[in-house]
Design a protein around this ligand. Structure first.
Ligand code: ZN
Length: 68
């Protein structure tokens, strides 16, 4: 099973859990404060610069579209 990294939005705790691909992330809770407010993190991405919080969901060159 793949390891998924999560970041608690409550205590900012970072933890990894072994979850299946079809496992809902909303069922994940922080092992530290038992909070359900966790966000899935990807270790693949490497953050070099420690800038302020800035979220933007845009995929350049991501061809795709809704299908019926
Ligand atoms: Zn927590």
């Amino acid at each position: 099973m793949p390891i998924y990294e999560y970041i608690c939005l409550k205590c900012s705790n970072k933890f990894a859990l072994l979850q299946s691909l079809n496992t809902a992330e909303n069922n994940t809770e922080c092992p530290k404060c038992s909070s359900k407010e966790v966000k899935k993190a990807f270790s693949s991405f490497s953050c070099s610069s420690g800038s302020s919080s800035s979220s933007s969901m845009s995929a350049p060159g991501f061809g795709g579209g809704g299908g019926g």
